[in-house]
Design a protein around this ligand. Structure first.
Ligand code: NAD
Length: 523
């Protein structure tokens, strides 16, 4: 594999870091745009950027207008083998021997360097996803940087247990636990908030002393690749952070899960992909941590703060064009406010402003790809076939110029379906929801729990006792009360039922990314 320069792309045209020259940009001269320039995105293995041994690559298209914006190196077994070998060598070398204090200081430096290169990360994420600037700049990239600091601080402050035991000779013995890194961790991540979700795994894995082989989604290769520059800039030893681009089945994703020298696999993505990974991991008895799909309920009681509930439900259903695992696709509204709530949510949907991330005022982006749009639109058809009343949306907005080729869909609301309808039972992962009225707490609890997924719920009420009762009753990993997408990174995160296995976050991440070993000393 030939190595290329110390940057994640090789440009065939201009440098993507040159200052913005888009006259319509909201902050010209400061913002950086990659979206118009063709790049070649490389693997990052053993501290250097490399093309594929096979010379193969695949196209990355912009969700905004379907133009090819990058050629991405397409990895195979050779790249996965090289990345795993580099990771193992790092564990046997400087990284494995590094003092905890120094390791944590380096991770703080990673976070600082991400912040220093904030505009580059925002530009790369905008190019990959097409999402509005404010979502990426205020939520996704800052959280990506925080993922390195928070977990560096956690590992420094978690004690392990010790027990003094009696022995027949009266001298006793001391047992104490030590935490060791799992080893080489495979990180397989999705496209919907690529930088945040990938670093949510890489941050704790490295803080615990592991080395990683990352397979970012084929839809969103850029920020994972760019992070390699940061690792090199701050002096993370080579081989600690590796990225292999490509696809899932019979490709780098699967090769990582099958690799005999990978010790654990952490995965975020669809539930059925999780099932395939679990089967592959079973052969090597590799540990898995899964954050999977959701079909989350929103529950709005008549005593809620109406403006706050509307704002929260609108965000939870339509932010990131509905491509959020925690998003609300089933909404239950107490009957006295049902009509008013539906009408107000409809009005908000019809006021969204479609546009490029850089367009002033744009607050609504496209879906990730044409393929995903076909899936979402098939559910839009399905809802009508099953007898839904269409409140708003249901199709594709008329977009001007090049944007007409992008993966745009309208925010969509339905009412009137039975709970057995596919659009109420299956995860769509698009900007849509079905709204149903309810009359009692018991009834809505039963409705909310009648689903195979159990990721999250958002509940809106001003009755504190009811909020606690509901939080105990809903079968999900995380309940938001009068809030949504708000969580301290030190708290446990994960799904119930088919929404996941395990919990990550704070000390809970240590359960997965380290192995506890016991030492027994005869005194
Ligand atoms: P996906 O399962 O299609 O792909 C995720 C990753 O897995 C990609 O990198 C893909 O290349 C890889 N992959 C696919 N098949 C594989 C295989 N057989 N072996 C190994 N790797 C394989 O998911 P997606 O479409 O990228 O993401 C959307 C899904 O992710 C939704 O279901 C969403 O709910 C879920 N998600 C869950 C959370 C959570 O925290 N629970 C967060 C974000 C997204």
């Amino acid at each position: 594999m030939a190595s290329t320069a110390g940057r994640y792309w090789t440009g065939t045209t201009a440098d993507p870091y040159t200052a913005c020259d888009d006259a319509s940009c909201s902050s010209p001269g400061r913002r950086i745009h990659t979206e118009n320039r063709l790049q070649t995105i490389q693997h990052f293995i053993d501290g250097e950027y490399r093309a594929s041994a096979s010379g193969q690559s695949f196209e990355k298209r912009s969700p905004l207008d379907n133009r090819v914006i990058a050629q991405v190196a397409e990895g195979g077994r050779a790249e996965v083998d090289a990345a795993v070998a580099a990771a193992r060598a790092a564990l046997r070398g400087d990284w494995g021997r590094m003092a905890l204090e120094k390791r944590c200081a380096l991770l703080h430096a990673v976070a600082d360097e991400i912040t220093r290169r904030f505009d580059d990360f925002v530009a790369a994420e905008e190019a990959d996803t097409g999402q509005p600037h404010h979502v990426i700049a205020h939520a996704f990239v800052p959280r990506g940087a925080a993922n390195f600091k928070v977990f560096a601080d956690v590992v420094k402050n978690v004690p392990t247990e010790s027990f003094r035991m009696d022995t027949p000779d009266g001298r006793g013995a001391l047992n104490y636990a030590i935490r060791k890194p799992k080893g080489v961790v495979g990180v397989i991540s999705p496209w919907n908030a690529p930088f945040l979700l990938m670093t949510w795994k890489v941050g704790p894995a490295l803080a615990c002393g592991n080395a990683v082989v990352v397979k970012p989604s084929e839809e969103t290769p850029m920020t994972a690749a760019l992070l390699g520059e940061v690792m090199n800039a701050v002096g993370i030893p080579k081989g600690v952070y590796n990225v292999v681009h490509g696809f899932g089945p019979d490709a780098p994703g699967a090769f990582i899960t099958q690799h005999e020298d990978v010790d654990a696999i952490t995965f975020t993505g669809e539930t059925r992909t999780g099932a395939a990974i679990m089967k592959a991991a079973a052969d090597g008895i590799r540990d898995v941590s899964f954050e999977l799909g959701g079909k989350n309920a929103g529950i709005v009681f008549a005593d809620c703060d109406m403006d706050a509930a509307l704002e929260g439900i609108f965000r939870s259903t339509f932010m990131n064009t509905g491509q959020v695992c925690l998003g609300t696709e089933r909404l239950y509204v107490e009957r006295p406010i049902f009509e008013r709530f539906v009408a107000a949510l409809k009005a908000r949907c019809e006021a969204v402003s479609y546009g490029r991330p850089s367009a002033p005022g744009a607050n609504y982006g496209p879906l990730i790809s044409q393929e995903h749009r076909r899936k979402v639109l098939s559910y839009y058809d399905q809802a009508l076939a099953e007898g839904a009343t269409l409140v708003t949306g249901g199709g594709v907005p008329a977009m001007p110029g090049d944007l007409a080729e992008g993966a745009w869909v309208q925010p969509t609301i339905w009412t009137g379906l039975p709970e057995t309808a596919r659009v109420i039972q299956e995860e769509i992962f698009g900007p849509c929801c079905h709204i149903r009225p309810f009359d009692t707490e018991d009834e809505v609890l039963q409705l909310a729990n009648a689903n195979r997924y159990g990721l999250s719920t958002t509940i809106w009420t001003q009755d504190l006792a009811r909020a606690h009762r509901m939080a105990e009753g809903v079968e999900v990993g995380i309940t938001y009360i009068n809030s949504w997408f708000l969580r301290d990174l030190r708290t446990p995160f994960g799904g119930s039922k088919q929404s996941g296995i395990g919990r990550e976050g704070g000390v809970h991440s240590l359960e997965f990314y380290t192995e506890l070993r016991n030492v027994c000393i005869k005194l």
